[in-house]
Ligand binder design. Structure first.
Ligand code: NDP
Length: 327
């Protein structure tokens, strides 16, 4: 027997509880993983609370991330003892995820854990950190360079934001962090931000084009925030947009695109092809300072994640929360 969080639905109402499962309860996939850690991402908060319809089939073991060790594999690509990580691929939506001491997954979803990381560090990174890396890769691909001027990061104290700042800082960028928690300025500067601005300055309706301030941005907010970010991007600049912490709408103007040659580039983590995931994890191993990573981490036990899930939706969680499924 082992422990897992199981979400169920009855009469249209979702409930979540810790249950004892056996291997026979697990889905029919080729690789059995002994899970060490999972994480709490914004999407996990939505799934656990039912605030958004993330889970599309019940019963569901939520948790969009997991890291652990292969116990059994019916696929030649993996063998017992391999250290592995899974991010996304519909975990917690259509497939059972990481809030379990054991999980069966498809061999195609696994990434070999880079030697640089323990399973704990892999989950300190988690989907948020891997997505931050995808955003950095996108900015690089579209011509954003360390000496090209400031890069703005929104949702700066959150998971994606904190790790985006750490990565961009290691790469030599000048970083402006936009946060609702200006009291966290010291933390954001420790991560590598050179300037911290109040996200309220980006929250209200502004002009379609404003002063050119940033050569690029990683945006975790969406909505009016993203529109104001686009309005302040320098000629030819790029925004990697990945989140909707402010909102999922985009109430903006065409002017930054057609008059300033600005690129708005969407970044998805869930369905990225394996080669891109591999590249992102290899670059994380190179470009993420482990001591900065550790300063972002709060560790909780499996049962505790149920209590703190609402906090991530109300912006009370700083940095990365990792879930020790064996505690
Ligand atoms: P977190 O909750 O850790 O961080 C989100 C941060 O956004 C908060 O900490 C807060 O930072 C900021 N924020 C909250 N409310 C608002 C608001 N009204 N306006 C502007 N900023 C706000 O979440 P994650 O970092 O895990 O994820 C960030 C976003 O990215 C989420 O929307 C998530 O769903 C999305 N995401 C998307 C992925 C994809 O595949 N496309 C993958 C991973 C995440 P502060 O207090 O500093 O302002």
């Amino acid at each position: 027997m082992f422990k897992a969080i199981v979400a169920s639905e009855a009469d249209g109402k979702q409930s979540v509880e810790i249950k004892a499962l056996t291997d026979a309860d697990l889905p029919d996939h080729d690789v059995l993983v002994q899970v060490d850690y999972s994480t709490l991402n914004y999407k996990d908060g939505m799934a656990l609370t039912g605030a958004a319809p993330v889970i599309s089939r019940f019963p569901m073991v939520p948790g969009i991330d997991l890291a652990g060790t292969v116990l059994e594999s019916a696929n030649d690509a993996w063998k017992p003892g391999d250290k592995v990580v899974v991010n996304g691929w519909g975990l917690s939506e259509r497939h059972w995820g990481g809030y379990s001491q054991r999980q069966r997954v498809s061999p195609d979803w696994l990434v070999a854990l880079p030697d640089a990381f323990s399973t704990r560090q892999a989950m300190a990174i988690g989907t948020a950190g891997y997505t931050a890396m995808l955003c950095v890769l996108r900015l690089e691909k579209l011509g954003v360079v360390p000496d090209g001027g400031p890069v703005l990061v929104t949702g700066a104290s959150g998971g994606v934001g904190s790790i985006a700042i750490s990565l961009l800082s290691k790469l030599g960028y000048e970083i402006v962090a936009a946060t609702g928690r200006t009291r966290e300025a010291a933390y954001l500067k420790t991560l590598g931000a050179s300037e911290v601005i109040d996200r309220a300055t980006l929250a209200e309706k502004g002009p379609p084009m404003a002063k050119e301030q940033w050569q690029g941005a990683v945006d975790a907010a969406g909505s009016r925030t993203l529109v104001n970010v686009l309005a302040g991007i320098k000629y030819g600049g790029v925004v990697a947009a990945t989140g909707l912490a402010h909102g999922h709408d985009l109430p903006g103007s065409m002017f930054p695109f057609i008059l300033r040659n600005v690129t708005l580039s969407g970044v998805d983590s869930v369905m990225q092809p394996r080669a891109v995931r591999h590249e992102a994890w290899m670059r994380l191993a190179e470009d993420l300072d482990p001591s900065k990573l550790e300063s972002t981490v709060t560790e909780v036990a499996l049962a505790e994640v149920l209590n703190i899930a609402p906090d991530i939706l109300s912006g009370k969680v700083r940095g990365r929360t990792i879930v020790n499924v064996n505690a």
